[in-house]
Design a protein around this ligand. Structure first.
Ligand SMILES: [Zn+2]
Length: 110
């Protein structure tokens, strides 16, 4: 924690410039501005954004790691949706989507 609110806004803007998204909804705890960054939501007021921005410079490696996380999460969602889908056409779409996720996952460097 620490830093003025101006510093925090600067850090929030920095996260956004690194691919984060400023959320429309304020933090439910303290009404702070929230930023989604690398799949997690951070509050400008109660999370220490300076640690995040220092710890995660954007490099090819961090993007690959993020990409893998996102693809695995999506693949998991698609599989879960497929498990309960009764409609054949939608099953087909889900299967081809899952196949694409797998294909990209396999292409990612280890
Ligand atoms: Zn908060």
């Amino acid at each position: 924690m620490g830093g003025t609110s101006k510093d925090r806004m600067k850090l929030a803007a920095e996260l956004v410039s690194r691919g984060g998204t400023m959320l429309a909804d304020p933090c439910p705890q303290d009404g702070g501005i929230q930023v989604r960054y690398r799949g997690r939501i951070y509050c400008v007021l109660h999370d220490d954004l300076s640690l995040i921005s220092r710890a995660t410079p954007v490099t090819y490696d961090t993007v690959v790691v993020l990409m893998r996380d996102v693809l695995v999460a999506r693949l998991n969602e698609t599989t879960a949706a497929l498990a309960v889908e009764k409609d054949m056409d939608r099953q087909e779409r889900l299967v081809s989507l899952a196949a694409k996720y797998l294909e990209v996952l396999q292409k990612l460097p280890k």
